[in-house]
Design a protein around this ligand. Sequence first.
Ligand SMILES: Cc1cc2nc3c(=O)[nH]c(=O)nc-3n(C[C@H](O)[C@H](O)[C@H](O)COP(=O)(O)OP(=O)(O)OC[C@H]3O[C@@H](n4cnc5c(N)ncnc54)[C@H](O)[C@@H]3O)c2cc1C
Length: 473
Amino acid sequence: MQEKCTIVVGSGISGLTMALLQAQRGKRVVLVEKLPFIGGYMRRFTRNGLRYDTGFHFTGGNGGVLQQILNALDFRLEDFQISLLPTEVYLAEDGTYFRFPNQGLDALCDAMCKAFPSSAAALRRYYEAELACVVNTPLYDLKLLKDLNMFTGMTEYDGFTVNGFMDKLGIENTALRTLLPIMALCHGTPPGEASFSYHCRCSYSLDCSISTIAGGSDVFLRSFERKFKEYGVEVLTNCHIERLNISETAPLCKEVVLSNGSSLPVERIFFAIHPAEILPLLPERFISRSIKRRFDALKPTCSCFVVHGYFDQDCKVPEIYSIFLDKNDLDAFLLPGANGSSICLITSNDPANRCATFTLFSAMFADDCPPYNGEQYADFKARTADRLMKIVYERYPEYRGRMHIGDTSTPYTLQRYSPPIGSAYGTRQILAQSRIAGSLPVGNCYNLGHHAQFPGVLGCIMSAMMLNQSIQE
Ligand SMILES: Cc1cc2nc3c(=O)[nH]c(=O)nc-3n(C[C@H](O)[C@H](O)[C@H](O)COP(=O)(O)OP(=O)(O)OC[C@H]3O[C@@H](n4cnc5c(N)ncnc54)[C@H](O)[C@@H]3O)c2cc1C
């Protein structure tokens, strides 16, 4: 009889991590990926000989959880050259400029109090609360994973949106209300919707220190590939699940039928894909009306318009992450129909490239773009790229004429990396809305990934670790 498999569906960072963790537990693992390539948003691409990142430019956790993660995955630490990434914010509406100290939460709190002295007391309470949200959360200390009971999943701060919590603290200054939760741009749920505790769990490590890894996501992908060889993880690309064969006696999947015509006996299935792709596979008899409502209520985070480009070869460019906002209202950028410009510029001196490169993002939804490849599409891309470049040149006139566009992409492009929606950070985690995370209605099937729990590369890895840890043999 064939050995039962652990099937992992989707090979983004969430699926890759779960596949490795299960293999490390001695399971026979088959990783199923619909596209011809593994990686999801971790896939880099090449234009004119230059390597560009898609969905991994920087991360948090330098000096803390990032090293713990690399150790836990048993990756070669010497492959990961981590450097701090200077980070700054410009708010055009009132000329506010702020540079993140990148030296931990206390240093950030001190710098914010210096910049906004009349709000110092409220700021100290804000950061104390941020710390309280992450203390005892295994996300920030893998040692705590051993005792999941320490992570109740709920804190007193789950009852407030970020904006609601700032109201409670009496923070009214619009520049401060934008700057304080600015890392919402990196998880995608607007401060008017996200619970304060969810926001803090996502932004804490970025607030403490933002860092880059030389070689970007290629370094992660190579490390996973090496480990998969070592543990015999089988990777099936251009493949998806056609059908789950469910036991008559218990709601358990005993076999999957794959699109390549084969079938595999199943121990467990981990779905690291969009919930809309999971629902049709679950037999109707297990889908109560309330579960269906939960699936239907999920809303995507924004996608992005992205300009990828390069500098003249002799142009000396420091690595930096600059955020420019023309309105003091993060909700306006992170919900459909944004009428302002949010721009994130990241410069890179990646050793893989012969010159410095840059990536310029602007939050956008597919509904805010003209139809893909329609008459206005090419024009829309060119106009949007010009508009974003103009804003960058206003801030950095010394780079005028020295930055060159290599390619542009829209939310439709991102759908080719993370089908079917192409949302940058999965589904929005809206206050009091039930999530679809962990166990699914078919007993041995689970859901993870940025649609389920936490977005971002660290968030996805930690979510996979928590789910893996919570499953008893
Ligand atoms: C432009 C952009 C910039 C970003 N920058 C950063 C950053 O700097 N730092 C950071 O930490 N995070 C960043 N993020 C967010 C981060 O990339 C994501 O949160 C994370 O990579 C999501 O990983 P995932 O595995 O959950 O999903 P995905 O990467 O979306 O992977 C899902 C995989 O499942 C496959 N799949 C889908 N449906 C099926 C199916 N039915 N069967 C089989 N396979 C299927 C897909 O093809 C894909 O390979 C960025 C995102 C974007 C879009």
